[in-house]
Design a protein around this ligand. Structure first.
Ligand code: UT7
Length: 321
C-alpha cells in the first residue's frame, strides 16, 4: 500500500530566550503562577531578521539533511501558520524560493494550533493520490508579533519557532512505516473564545490574539480525548500500543489530563511546553524533532500526533515512524 513515510525532521528557534522572570518586569505576573498554571519556564522570541519564513527555512533545511535529501527532490511544500510574513503570497512560496526548489506545489494552511495536523493530512492525501512524491510539511510561527504584550492572560503563554518533516510516498507493508490514520475536526461556533481582533478584510490591521483561556482549556481536554479514541478506531491498535504521544504544547495540565483520559502514563508524552511555550502550528513538529534528536522516538515507534486550537480546530494522526 502507498503510505506517506516520515523520512526526516528538523526544527529552528529564535536566538533570544525570554524567561518568566523577564516577563515579570513587563506585566503583573510571577514565575510561580506561570509554572504552576501552564508548566512554561521560558519561550524563544524572534528578533531582528527572524521571521516565520526564516525559521521555517532553517527547520526545512535540517529536515532535508536528516532525510539525506536535496531540496530539488521536494515537489510539495505545505506550511501551517497563522503568522505569515505577508498577507500574501503564501509563506510556503518564500520558503520554496529560499530552498531553491521552485516549480512544485507550495501553499499555506490556516488552522492555527492544529495547523500542522491539517498540513500533514493535506500533504498525505496529495502524496497518496500521486499529485506529488516528496513533501515538506512545516509548522512555523512568530506569535510574538500578534501578542498584546500588556495582557498578562495571553502574553506569557506563547513563543516563536518552526518545525518540519519530510514526507515521501512509499509502497510499504501494512505494518510498515507511514501515516496510518488521521481525523480532523472544526467547530466554528467558538470563534469568540480564541481569535485575533484584526485582519485584512475587517480592520485592515494585523490585530492581537484574544483568548478566554479557561473555556478553551475545557474544550481542549474533551475534544482531544475524543479524537484520540476516534483515530485509533479501525486501525487495530489501542492506546496501550502507542509508544509516544506528540501533542500540541499549550499547557502541561492539558497534557496530563489528556494522557489520564487515554489511560497513558505521562512518561509516554513528549513535553516541550516548559522550554518552548505554545508555538501554535510549530509546536507539534518542534516537539517531534526534539524527541527524535534526543533519542526518545526511534524508528519503528508508533506515534500519535494531536492538536487543538483556534476555530476551534482539532485533530490527531497515528503514524509508524
Ligand atoms: O493553543 C490553543 C489552545 N490554547 C489552550 O489550550 C489554552 C488553554 N487554557 C489554558 O492553558 C489556561 O486556561 C490558562 C493558562 C490560559 C489560564 O489558566 P487558568 O488556571 O484557567 O486561569 P484563569 O484564566 O482561570 O485565571 C485565574 C486567575 C485570574 O485571576 P482571578 O480572576 O481568579 O482573580 C487571572 O486574572 O489568574 C489570573 N491570571 C494571572 N495571574 C498571574 C491570569 N493570567 C495571569 C498571569 N499571572 N500571567
Amino acid at each position: 500500500m502507498i503510505r506517506s513515510v516520515i523520512r526526516g525532521s528538523g526544527s529552528a528557534l529564535p536566538a533570544q530566550v525570554v524567561t518568566n522572570a523577564d516577563l515579570q518586569e513587563r506585566v503583573e505576573t510571577s514565575d510561580e503562577w506561570i509554572v504552576e498554571r501552564t508548566g512554561i519556564r521560558q519561550r524563544y522570541i524572534a528578533g531582528e531578521g527572524e521571521t516565520t519564513s526564516t525559521l521555517a527555512t532553517a527547520a526545512a533545511r535540517r529536515a532535508l539533511e536528516a532525510a539525506g535529501m536535496e531540496a530539488s527532490a521536494i515537489d510539495l511544500i505545505v506550511l501551517a501558520t497563522a503568522t505569515p510574513d505577508q498577507t500574501f503570497p503564501a509563506t510556503a512560496t518564500i520558503v520554496q524560493d529560499n530552498l531553491g526548489c521552485n516549480g512544485g506545489i507550495a501553499f499555506d494552511v490556516a488552522a492555527v494550533c492544529s495547523g500542522f495536523l491539517y498540513a500533514m493530512a493535506t500533504a498525505d492525501s496529495m502524496l497518496r493520490t500521486g499529485m506529488a512524491k516528496r513533501a515538506l510539511v512545516i509548522g512555523a510561527e512568530t506569535f510574538s508579533k500578534i501578542l498584546d504584550w500588556d495582557d498578562r492572560t495571553t502574553c506569557v503563554l506563547f513563543g516563536d519557532g518552526a518545525g518540519a518533516i519530510v514526507l515521501e510516498a512509499q509502497d510499504v507493508a501494512e505494518d510498515g512505516p507511514g501515516l496510518i490514520a488521521t481525523r480532523l475536526h472544526a467547530d466554528g461556533a467558538h470563534n469568540e473564545l480564541l481569535y485575533v481582533d484584526g485582519g485584512p478584510s475587517t480592520t485592515g490591521t494585523v490585530g492581537h490574539l484574544r483568548m478566554k483561556g479557561r473555556e478553551v482549556f475545557r474544550h481542549a481536554v474533551v475534544n482531544l480525548a475524543d479524537v484520540l479514541k476516534e483515530v485509533l478506531e479501525g486501525t487495530g491498535y489501542s492506546a496501550s500500543d502507542i509508544d509516544w504521544v506528540v501533542p500540541h504544547q499549550a499547557n502541561a495540565r492539558i497534557l496530563d489530563a489528556t494522557a489520564r483520559k487515554l489511560g497513558l502514563s505521562i512518561d509516554k508524552v513528549i513535553v516541550t511546553v516548559d522550554q518552548h511555550a505554545n508555538t501554535s502550528a510549530a509546536s507539534v513538529p518542534l516537539a517531534y524533532d526534539t524527541a527524535v534528536r534526543d533519542g526518545r522516538i526511534k524508528p519503528g515507534d508508533l506515534v500519535m500526533f494531536e492538536a487543538m486550537g483556534g476555530g476551534f480546530t482539532w485533530g490527531a494522526s497515528l503514524a509508524r515512524v
